[in-house]
Design a protein around this ligand. Structure first.
Ligand code: C2E
Ligand code: MG
Ligand code: MG
Ligand code: MG
Length: 291
């Protein structure tokens, strides 16, 4: 099947020669089963505080361990989940797993704030703040253990409603990040009126930094503007040492990217963190300083 946009703006699925007519239907049934049989897994990507090299938080990213197709990335099934009404269930599962892991890290004495991506459709559920508060409480966690990543799209759809929802979440102590910042149409002036803790600068701004001085200057000024509004700035997509160094120099608060670590299963992340904190003499020469 290939997705095409119809004139009405809806996606229609048309048969193509290289695909079977029932594949979308089968995927839908598979996904329903996956939620029931616990085939979703979370990988965690560390967020590095640039001033210190410390890691205080991670982003949880969902994958589907498909029985025959292997480990599927979110792009392969999130649109389907949204289209067939499974996003609410999927999000509940992801939040549960992320908070379970946060409880494990807390119990291990290595607490990490876990950030969970929230689609607009799940944020508008009126019982969301109460449900999340209950999930936090039953695990003996605090609201500071969780962060929610929302999109600019959500903020722009219905500004007054978005503001109300964010205020309610914030009242329960949960911190809010705006994901993929810069790709939508929200302005910093508009964000000033919202209870937002963190902006995550989209990869597309970070990728060209290494070989384009103007791209780097743009990032520097976005960081300065965010700080003038009292919002923390996190850079996504840091793939090289040059971007890492420039972002540090510009006072960017945190960074995520393949240069530091890919998203990892929890056990692999623990090993990565342990290696970073090992004394220098026991570390492999290729590893970066973490102090
Ligand atoms: P995102 O929230 O912007 O997450 C960052 C994406 O960038 C992740 O892709 C991550 O693997 C990738 N990434 C991180 N560092 C680098 C880098 O240095 N270079 C490059 N090229 N990419 C990097 P992933 O895991 O495939 O997730 C894609 C998107 O799927 C996420 O984008 C998010 O919008 C969505 N997503 C993931 N998990 C969930 C979830 O549990 N719920 C919802 N609603 N959406 C999710
Ligand atoms: Mg995200
Ligand atoms: Mg992003
Ligand atoms: Mg994204």
């Amino acid at each position: 099947y290939k997705a095409k946009s119809s004139r009405s703006g809806h996606h229609v699925f048309v048969c193509s020669d290289d695909d079977h007519g029932d594949s979308r239907l089968r995927m839908m049934e598979d996904l329903r089963g996956a939620l029931a049989t616990d085939e979703l897994v979370l990988h965690y990507q560390p967020k590095i505080e640039l001033a210190t090299g410390h890691v205080h938080g991670v982003e949880a990213l969902v994958r589907w361990q498909h029985p025959s197709r292997g480990l599927l990335p979110p792009d392969a099934f999130l649109t389907l989940a949204e289209d067939v009404g499974l996003m609410r269930d999927l999000t509940r599962i992801v939040l549960g797993k992320a908070l379970d892991q946060a409880a494990v890290w807390r119990a291990q004495g290595t607490p990490l704030t876990v950030a969970v991506n929230m689609s607009p459709s799940t944020l508008i559920e009126s019982d969301l703040p109460a449900r999340i508060a209950a999930m936090i409480q039953v695990r003996g966690l605090s609201a500071a253990d969780l962060m929610l990543e929302i999109t600019e799209e959500f903020l722009m759809e219905d500004r007054a409603r978005a503001r109300d929802i964010l205020i309610r979440l914030r009242e329960s102590g949960i911190r809010i990040a705006v994901d993929d910042f810069g790709t939508g149409y929200s302005s910093l002036a508009y964000l000033r009126d919202l209870p937002i803790d963190e902006l995550k600068l989209d990869k597309s701004f970070v990728f060209p930094m290494a070989d384009d001085a103007r791209a780097a200057a743009l990032v520097a000024s976005i960081i300065a503007l965010a700080h003038s509004l009292g919002v923390r700035m996190v850079a996504e997509g840091v793939e090289d040492a040059v971007a890492y160094a420039e972002l540090t120099r510009y006072g960017c608060d945190e960074a995520q990217g393949f240069h530091m670590s890919r998203p990892l299963p929890a056990a692999a992340l623990d090993a990565w963190l342990a290696a970073r904190h090992a004394p220098a003499a026991t570390r492999a020469p290729s590893q970066r300083r973490s102090n």
